[in-house]
Design a protein around this ligand. Structure first.
Ligand code: DQQ
Length: 594
C-alpha cells in the first residue's frame, strides 16, 4: 500500500479518482471549549454552551438552508450513520415534542447523496423498562452477513445506563423503516467493579478482531476516571467485558461518544471496520468531553487488545480537536459506496433557549465531512463531502489580488447568506513573521481574543469577513495569523464571533486552533468557508483546523443584505492567488416524509 502520494488515488479534496442542564457540576470552565464563564453564568456551568436569556428573535432567516436539521424541535447527537443498499442513513437524538432536550428518541432520515434528506418515522422510541428514560446515543454496525445492527444506550428509571441492541424488522426495505428490540436486551448491563452505572454509554460501531470476534468500546466512568471499555462478542448479541479498557485516562472523569477507527496515513480512503486493518494502519480514538471532540492517534496493539496513543498528553487542553468551534458528539462511519470515512457532528444553537422556543427548532448537524489521517500520522484532516458541491451555482473566480496592510476586497456576485468560498492566501514576504509562544496552545481562544482581526500583526491577520453589515459594525471574521516557531511555522486560525451580531447578550466566543504548516514548501494557506445563514463552517490549511460556528446577526433579520470580504490586517502584503465563491442552493432537508 503506498502512502503519502502527493495526490492519493482517492483524495477527498480533489474528488474521486439549552440552555441545558444547569448543573452545578465541578467542571473547570476554562476546559470547556469556547465557553468563558460569563457574568450571567458565573454560578453555573452550561453543558452545551449557549447564551443566557436574550431578547427572543423569531426570524426564518436564521434557519439553515443546506445543513441537516429536522423540521422542528430539539436535535442533538448524530447516531448510527451508515450506508445500506444504496441509501445513507442518519439517526439522531431528537425530542419530538419540544425545543429543549427530553424524550430521547432516535429520529431517522435517509438520503442518496448525504445532502438531500427524507424523514422517516422514528427508529427507536422509549418503549421498554430498560429505555424508559430514553434511547440515548449509539452506533450502527454492518454485520458479516450484511445485516445492520444498532447498539444504543438505554437509560432506565433508576439511572442505570445499559447497552441495547436493535435489528431491522425488514431487511429488504433499503429505508430500514422499522426496528425491533429483541428480548435479550439489555445486552450489556452496567456491572463490574469501579463502574459508575449512570456514566456508561454511547457504544461504538463494532470492529472485527484477529480472532474473528466483534469488539466495541463504550464510554464510561471507571474508578472515577474516563474509560473506553472494551467488549467482545462472537454473535454481536452476547458480550463479555475485556478485563482492561481499550484505553483510559485519569485526565477527566467520563468520555461520551467514543469513536474508534483505523486509517492509513496519507490515504484518503477509509477502512471497513468489519475487515482486519492492513499493516501500516494507525488507529484513532475520538472522545467527547469538555463540550468538544478530541482525539488521539496511535496503534492498536492486537496482542494486548489495547489502544496505545503515539503521544500521551497529560493536559487534555492540548489534545487535538476534531473541530475547534461548536461541534460535539461526532460519529464517523465507513462509506462502502465511495470507500471513504465520513464524520457527522452536532452543532447546538448558541442563541438562547427562549430564542429556540421562538424559532421552534434547536440544533443542526455540521456538513458531513470526509475524514482521513495525514502523512505523518499526526493529525486528522477533514473536508466537506464532495456532494455538497452539487449545491453550488453562480460561481465567481478571481486571481492575484494584492492585499496590503488594511486591504479589503469585497466578494460580489454570489449570495452572501448561502455561499461556499475557497481562498488561497500567499504571503509576499516572510520577513516580518512574529515569534510563536507554545503557552498559547493551552488556551487558543484566549489568544484569538487577543489577536483580534483588527490588530495588526506581522504576517496576518488575513482572512474572510462574512455576514457583514455595510459599515462592518457586524461581521464574523475567519482569519489566520502566521508565527515562526523553532524549525517550523505555526498558523493560528480563528473564527471570531465577538462582532457577529449587534444583538446584546449573545454567546459570542472567538474560537481558535493552531496547525503546523510548511510555509516555505507549500506557500499557500487555504481557507474554505461554508456560509449557511446562522452557520459558518470553516476549514483551514486543507482541513487541518476546522471551526464550526453559529451566528445570529441582526443584518440577517433586517434586510438579508450581508456582505463578504477578503481582508489583510498584517504588516506584510498577502496575495489572494485564487478566490472562488459560489451561491449555494437550498437542499431538500427533511421536507418530505417517506
Ligand atoms: N448525548 C446523549 C448521550 C451522550 C450525550 C443523550 C452527548 O448518550 O453521552 O442525548 O451529547
Amino acid at each position: 500500500m503506498s502512502h503519502c502520494l502527493p495526490f492519493p488515488m482517492f483524495h477527498p479534496r480533489h474528488g474521486w479518482p439549552f440552555l441545558l442542564f444547569l448543573v452545578l457540576f465541578p467542571f473547570e470552565s476554562s476546559l470547556l471549549c469556547g465557553h468563558p464563564r460569563t457574568a450571567e453564568a458565573a454560578n453555573r456551568v452550561l453543558l452545551y454552551p449557549q447564551s443566557a436569556k436574550v431578547s427572543s428573535i423569531v426570524s426564518k432567516n436564521y434557519r439553515t438552508a443546506y445543513h441537516f436539521q429536522p423540521r422542528k424541535n430539539w436535535i442533538n447527537d448524530p447516531n448510527g450513520p451508515m450506508y445500506y443498499k444504496g441509501v445513507y442513513h442518519l439517526f439522531y437524538q431528537y425530542n419530538p415534542g419540544s425545543v429543549i432536550p427530553g424524550n430521547k428518541t432516535w429520529a431517522h432520515s435517509v438520503s442518496t447523496d448525504l445532502i438531500n434528506w427524507v424523514r422517516l418515522q422514528p427508529a427507536l422510541e422509549r418503549t421498554e423498562p430498560y429505555d424508559a428514560k430514553g434511547c440515548w446515543s449509539g452506533s450502527a454496525t454492518i454485520l458479516g452477513d450484511g445485516q445492520p445492527a444498532i447498539l444504543y444506550t438505554g437509560a432506565d428509571d433508576v439511572k442505570n445506563q445499559a447497552q441495547c441492541i436493535a435489528f431491522p424488522s425488514n431487511l429488504s426495505d433499503p429505508y430500514l423503516r422499522e426496528w425491533t428490540k429483541p428480548d435479550s436486551n439489555p445486552v450489556i448491563r452496567p456491572v463490574g467493579p469501579g463502574l459508575n452505572r449512570s456514566q456508561f454509554r454511547d457504544p461504538t460501531t463494532g470492529w472485527a478482531g484477529p480472532d474473528g470476534q466483534w469488539r466495541i468500546a463504550v464510554g464510561a466512568e471507571l474508578n472515577g476516571y474516563s474509560a473506553a471499555l472494551l467488549y467482545k462478542s462472537q454473535d454481536f448479541v452476547h458480550w463479555n467485558r475485556v478485563e482492561h479498557p481499550l484505553y483510559s485516562s485519569n485526565s477527566s472523569t467520563m468520555w461520551e461518544c467514543p469513536d474508534f477507527f483505523a486509517a492509513i496515513p496519507g490515504n484518503g480512503s477509509g477502512l471497513d471496520p468489519s475487515m482486519a486493518a492492513p499493516s501500516g494502519a494507525k488507529h484513532v480514538l475520538k472522545v467527547s468531553l469538555d463540550s468538544c471532540d478530541k482525539y488521539m492517534v496511535g496503534v492498536y496493539d492486537l496482542k494486548r487488545d489495547e489502544f496505545v496513543p503515539d503521544t500521551v498528553l497529560d493536559d487534555r487542553r492540548l489534545w487535538p480537536r476534531i473541530d475547534y468551534g461548536n461541534y460535539y458528539a461526532s460519529k464517523s462511519f465507513f462509506d462502502a459506496k465511495k470507500g471513504r470515512r465520513i464524520i457527522w457532528g452536532w452543532t447546538n444553537e448558541s442563541d438562547s433557549s427562549s430564542d429556540d422556543s421562538a424559532k421552534g427548532w434547536a440544533g443542526i448537524q455540521a456538513i458531513p465531512r470526509t475524514i482521513w489521517l495525514d502523512c505523518q500520522s499526526k493529525q486528522l484532516l477533514q473536508w466537506p463531502v464532495a456532494e455538497v458541491e452539487s449545491l453550488r451555482r453562480n460561481g465567481i473566480s478571481h486571481q492575484g489580488i494584492e492585499l496590503e496592510k488594511g486591504g479589503l476586497f469585497e466578494i460580489k456576485g454570489t449570495d452572501t447568506l448561502q455561499a461556499d468560498v475557497e481562498i488561497d492566501f500567499e504571503p509576499e514576504a516572510m520577513d516580518s513573521i512574529d515569534p510563536f509562544d507554545p503557552s498559547w496552545l493551552m488556551d487558543t481562544e484566549k489568544h484569538c481574543r487577543k489577536v483580534d482581526a483588527s490588530v495588526h500583526g506581522g504576517l496576518g491577520p488575513f482572512g474572510l469577513a462574512v455576514l457583514a453589515s455595510a459599515n462592518m459594525e457586524e461581521h464574523t471574521a475567519v482569519h489566520f495569523r502566521v508565527y515562526k516557531a523553532e524549525h517550523k511555522y505555526m498558523i493560528l486560525m480563528c473564527c471570531d464571533l465577538r462582532r457577529s451580531s449587534l444583538r446584546p447578550g449573545l454567546y459570542t466566543p472567538a474560537y481558535g486552533g493552531f496547525f503546523e504548516f510548511d510555509l516555505e514548501e507549500e506557500r499557500k494557506i487555504s481557507l474554505r468557508t461554508l456560509i449557511d445563514r446562522s452557520a459558518v463552517e470553516s476549514f483551514g490549511g486543507g482541513g487541518k483546523v476546522c471551526i464550526m460556528a453559529r451566528v445570529y446577526p441582526a443584518t440577517l433579520i433586517e434586510d438579508g443584505g450581508a456582505r463578504m470580504y477578503a481582508f489583510n490586517n498584517g504588516t506584510s502584503t498577502v496575495k489572494v492567488s485564487q478566490l472562488k465563491a459560489w451561491s449555494m442552493r437550498r437542499a431538500h432537508v427533511n421536507v418530505k416524509k417517506a
